[in-house]
Design a protein around this ligand. Sequence first.
Ligand SMILES: *[C@@H]1O[C@H](CO)[C@@H](O)[C@H](O)[C@H]1NC(C)=O
Ligand SMILES: *[C@@H]1O[C@H](CO)[C@@H](O)[C@H](O)[C@H]1NC(C)=O
Ligand SMILES: *[C@@H]1O[C@H](CO)[C@@H](O)[C@H](O)[C@H]1NC(C)=O
Length: 316
Amino acid sequence: MRPTTRLRACALSISLLIPSALSHSLLVGVVISGKNYHGYDPRPGAVNFADRVGWLTTAADQGFVSPAGYDTPDIVCHRGGTPPPAHAPVRSGDRIKVQWNGWPEGHRGPVLSYLAPCDAATTAAAGDGCASVNKTRLAWTKIDEGAPGLFLPDTPPPGDWASNHLATNNNSWEVGLPLGLAPGPYVLRHEIIALHYAAQPGGAQNYPLCVNLWVEGPAALDNSKTTQPFDLAAGIPAMRMYKATDPGILINISQPLTKSYVIPGPPVGANANPVPVLSQAAPGYTAQGAPVVVTQGSVTVPYSPAVQTEAPVPAR
Ligand SMILES: *[C@@H]1O[C@H](CO)[C@@H](O)[C@H](O)[C@H]1NC(C)=O
Ligand SMILES: *[C@@H]1O[C@H](CO)[C@@H](O)[C@H](O)[C@H]1NC(C)=O
Ligand SMILES: *[C@@H]1O[C@H](CO)[C@@H](O)[C@H](O)[C@H]1NC(C)=O
C-alpha cells in the first residue's frame, strides 16, 4: 500500500475503534521543524517504512503495559520494543510534535516525556547511535509531565487531563527539548498513562513509545542563551520509574480528588523546556524529513538502504 492509502486505512480503523473499550493507539510519526519522520504501526498487515525513526513494537493490539509489567523490559519502549537504524535530526531546544493515530477522550491521564542518551554505557555495538542500544540500560530523565495544566481541580470528575488536550490537538503532543543538550544520539520516550480503570489495583494503562533522535551540534545550537546545560546524570532505568501503588497510578479519577494529583515517575529534570499544556498547538508538516544513520559514534550519514543495518520490516 502507498502511504496515503495506509493513512486513510488508519483513519477508518480509528473511527471504528474509538467507541469501544479496545481503543488504543500507536505512533504515526514525529514532526520536527515542519518535517515528518515515520513512526511504527504494529497492526497485522501494516506496511512500515524502512527509514522510520519510531521503535518497532509487538503490540499488534495497539494496547498497553499494565502495572504488572512495570519491572519488565516491556515498560521501556512498549512490548517487544526494538530500535530502528534511523534517527531524526533535531537541535537542542527544538519542539518535537509526537503524532498519535487517535486517542479516546475517556482514556484520561498524564502525558509524560523522557530523554536518554545512547552512550558507551548503553550501547554495546560500536558507534551506531541508538540502533543497537540495550534498552534496559537507558537512563531516563523526565523532560515534560504536562504541567501546569495537567489536572484542573475545579473541573468535575473525571477532570481535564493532559490526555484531553492531546486528543483535542489532533491526537498530538509537542515535546520541548531542553536547551544545552550535548550533541549525540538519544531516545525520546513519550507516554500516556490512562487512568480510567486505575481505581482497581493493576488497572492503569501505560502507552509508552520511543523515537531515535540525533541532536545536532554544536554550530546549530545557541547554547550561549542557556544558563545551565541540561543534566542527564540523575537518569534512571524505566524499570524503576513506577510502582503499582504510586498515588498517581492507583487512583479513582471518578471521585473528586482530595489533594493534588501526584504525577508518576521521577521529577522533571532541572532546566527542562516543556511546552505547557495550554500552549500546545498542532502544526502539520510540509515535507518528509531525511533521517540519518550514526556511524563511528559521532558521524552521521543520510539514511539509505546502502547503510541500513537491519532488514526492511516485513508486512505483519
Ligand atoms: C542489557 O543490559 C542488562 C542490564 O545491564 C543485562 O543484564 C543484559 O545482559 C544486557 N543485554 C545484552 C544483550 O547485552
Ligand atoms: C470510584 O469512584 C466512583 C465515584 O465515587 C464509585 O462509583 C466507584 O465505585 C469507585 N470505584 C472503585 C473501584 O472504588
Ligand atoms: C492529524 O493526524 C493525522 C494522523 O492521525 C495526520 O496524518 C495529520 O497529518 C495530522 N494533521 C495535522 C495538521 O498535523
